[in-house]
Design a protein around this ligand. Structure first.
Ligand code: SF4
Ligand code: SF4
Length: 241
């Protein structure tokens, strides 16, 4: 994989390299990173936020997510809303910290570590970076971490697993070759990946293709359902032309 030039504050780090970092409530910058940010959400992030809030996915989408699709974007992007409080704070931050901490998005867990996955057919290349932003004082702490110890401590395994599956759609070979999904296929993408409760209901009602092949476990297990939804979207977009 060709190495890209990275911005000044970003340094590449190997999976076994160590770095000093710790984040805790007593640190002066506590929650500083929960403001003025563009927080793009993956389907798995939304699944977890839905668990945290207890909301139906369509209500979560309406209340807390902002959808954007610029002309150059192949798929819409979904961002977490920020509050208009002069500091552009995340909707889930309060004085004591994150109100959805157990189910916080993957980017919040991994910060200041970044993980990028690049897919070429079945091959997935993964690399890591550290983001040194001046406001983050965690680098002055003396706790030694590695990419794997930090990722494990932040509970990133399921996020990485689902995000890697997600690249089967966003970085599909046919996309690389120039395929652009039709509007109805983009709608199917949004429904299945970002409004999963409605997707499940419509599947149960037989209103969508694929009900006959769907295992019953997807109707009682959210992660099974998301795994199925990812395959369903891939089929809808890439196998029907
Ligand atoms: S979800 Fe939680 S950790 Fe992430 S930006 Fe919002 S308050 Fe901070
Ligand atoms: S800015 Fe860095 S150290 Fe401060 S709360 Fe955020 S992640 Fe933790």
């Amino acid at each position: 994989m060709a190495q890209q030039k990275l911005p000044d504050q970003v340094v590449r780090i190997g999976p076994d390299e160590s770095f000093a970092f710790s984040c805790h409530r007593q640190i002066a910058c506590f929650t500083r990173c929960c403001r003025e940010l563009e927080l793009a959400l993956s389907p798995y992030d939304v699944l977890r936020l839905r668990k945290a809030t207890g909301l139906h996915s369509s209500e979560l989408l309406e209340r807390y997510l902002i959808a954007e699709q610029h002309p150059e974007d192949i798929f819409p992007r979904f961002y977490l809303s920020m509050v208009d409080d002069g500091k552009a704070s995340c909707v889930f931050v309060c004085e004591q910290g994150c109100t959805v901490y157990q189910h916080r998005p993957g980017a919040c867990r991994s910060y200041p570590l970044g993980r990028a996955a690049s897919r070429e057919k079945e091959r997935l290349d993964v690399f890591f970076v550290l983001l040194h932003e001046p406001h983050c004082l965690g680098f002055a702490e003396h706790t030694i971490q590695t990419v794997s110890s930090f990722s494990h401590s932040q509970g990133l395994e399921p996020y990485n697993r689902f995000n890697d599956l997600f690249t089967s759609i966003t970085q599909h070979e046919k996309i690389r070759q120039g395929l652009r999904p039709r509007p109805d296929q983009v709608q199917a993408y949004t429904l299945a990946l970002y409004d999963i409760d409605t997707f499940r209901t419509r599947l149960q009602e037989g209103a969508l293709a694929g009900r006959e092949n769907a295992p019953e476990t997807i109707f009682s297990d959210d992660e099974e359902l998301l795994g199925y939804a990812l395959k369903w979207v891939e089929e809808e977009i890439f196998s029907t032309r």
